[in-house]
Write a protein that binds this ligand. Structure first.
Ligand code: GBH
Length: 449
């Protein structure tokens, strides 16, 4: 294995937020407790074949009961921030009044973070829509936008005195495309026009939630977390270059452009024609509301080829031969993070950027009471070094959240993919810090690593 770059915590700016990320459905379990209603993921997991190992998040890491211990883990790592998500199904009730037990749970959780010196970074929507709202049309229905802002109002009123950072949505691309075009995520639909309409409503709900948050939380810092990818042509042909531009149009620009006040990209609107979302007057202005930071979830770059007949975009993601990959098959490309950050800074100049997720999946095994995940440790070191390069080039990155604190329910992959810095035995619920987590802890303590 190649030598890893030397890193020191002081290489990063003062005040940097260091954390781990999690999400509600992936760790909480306790799906029938505290007045929680069914979510679209509970329903989707019951579909035969939807989840690789036939599992669900019904128990997951049992974080709903074990959260004090999990927050202790985050503190022992030496992190000063913690990104989690709030489960809308714990707050939603048929009558419209927020569920007090659900608010109480997150109230205690936030206090638990503050007691441990962890700055809370909640995400308001990480894919677990209340199933009753799906029955009324889900994100394809414009009413869901207003249901979301009501929910955001209730949560920020309750927690806003202690929580100054808010992330509206996690990865709208996944909500719309995985949920409504390729159908691999809940609610498992497969229709291009629906996916784009859903996407518009999700972005609109972000835009309308921001002023609600600001009204309830003085001096709030608000942002959205996007999964963005560096894209490059699979060959030097003109066709692949044009295909890459189209792929980028839906993967990256479809989000960055409207959030930056430029509307949806014209080239894509022309290409999509009738598939483009129906918008109302004022929608694009709402979406363009100024935010305080961009949350960036970075995993892997994509190589694109022209693919006649492959949907309206006529593009195809091409696996690159000979590259390093994680157990999920995702390319390991730390320089892609630098490249992506420089591009975002150059073309969109967000006020600040937080890496809200970055991490890797490997087939970990416990050996003599330890998990020697040297590949994950190397992944972490190299991505932090790549982040340092971008910061040195002037990109205003102010935080890094490793995905994830714990092994957890990895959506369509069930429990077959481990991303944690902490190993979880899903039979005994025992937690065990992996070597990668020990590296992160040493780094955060300011040791030379
Ligand atoms: C993030 O999604 C999520 O925010 C987080 O919840 C998740 O656990 C983490 O990354 C790791 O996946 O092979 O067709 O089933 C990243 C986006 C979502 C992209 C799952 C790949 C699988 C596509 N990823 N998707 S498929």
């Amino acid at each position: 294995t190649a030598a890893l770059p030397a890193l020191h915590r002081n290489d990063f700016p003062p005040g940097f937020a260091w954390g781990c990320s999690t999400s509600s459905y992936q760790i909480e379990g306790g799906v029938h407790e505290g007045g929680r209603v069914e979510s679209i993921w509970d329903r989707f997991c019951a579909r035969p074949g939807a989840i690789r190992d036939g599992s669900s998040g019904a128990v997951a890491c049992d974080h709903y009961h074990r959260w004090p211990q999990d927050l202790d883990l985050a503190r022992e790592l030496g992190t000063n921030a913690y990104r989690f998500s709030i489960a809308w199904p714990r707050i939603w009730t048929p009558g419209g009044t927020p569920n007090a037990q659900g608010l109480d749970f997150y109230d205690r959780l936030v206090d638990g973070m503050l007691e441990r010196g962890l700055q809370p970074w909640p995400t308001l929507y990480h894919w677990d829509l209340p199933q009753p709202l799906q029955e009324q049309g889900g994100w394809a229905a414009r009413d869901t936008v207003h249901a979301f802002t009501d929910y955001v109002d209730a949560v920020t009123r309750r927690l806003g005195d202690r929580v100054g950072q808010w992330i509206t949505h996690n990865e709208p691309w996944c909500t719309s495309i995985h949920g409504h075009l390729d159908g691999v995520h809940a609610p498992g639909q497969k229709d291009f026009a629906t996916a784009l309409q859903v996407n518009h409503h999700v972005l609109l709900s972000h835009g309308l939630a921001v002023p609600v948050i600001r009204a309830n939380v003085p001096d709030a810092r608000v942002g959205i977390a996007l999964s963005l990818h560096p894209v490059r042509p699979a060959s030097s042909s003109d066709d692949d270059a044009a295909a890459t531009r189209r792929h980028d149009g839906l993967r990256n620009r479809w989000f960055l452009d409207p959030l930056a006040g430029r509307g949806y990209p014209e080239d894509m609107l022309a290409l999509l024609g009738e598939l483009a979302p129906r918008t109302q007057q004022g929608d694009l202005d709402a979406i363009a509301v100024p935010t305080d930071f961009l949350g960036l979830n970075y995993y892997f770059p994509e190589a694109i080829a022209h693919a006649p007949g492959q949907g309206p975009l006529q593009t195809r993601v091409v696996a690159q031969p000979g590259v390093e990959r994680t157990a999920f098959g995702w390319e390991v490309a730390p320089l892609g993070l630098t490249e992506l950050l420089l591009r975002i800074h150059r073309e969109y100049a967000p006020r600040a950027v937080h890496i809200t997720e970055n991490g890797s999946c490997y087939d970990d095994a416990v050996q003599d009471g330890a998990v020697h995940d040297s590949a994950r440790r190397a992944y972490l070191v190299r991505h932090l070094a790549a982040l340092c390069t971008a910061i040195a080039e002037g990109v205003p990155v102010q935080g890094y959240f490793a995905w994830s604190l714990l092994d957890n329910f990895e959506w369509a992959e069930g429990y077959t993919r481990r991303f944690g810095l902490t190993h979880v035995d899903f039979t005994t619920q025992q937690r065990l810090l992996k070597d990668s987590g020990k590296w992160y802890r040493a780094f955060l303590r300011g040791e030379d690593v």
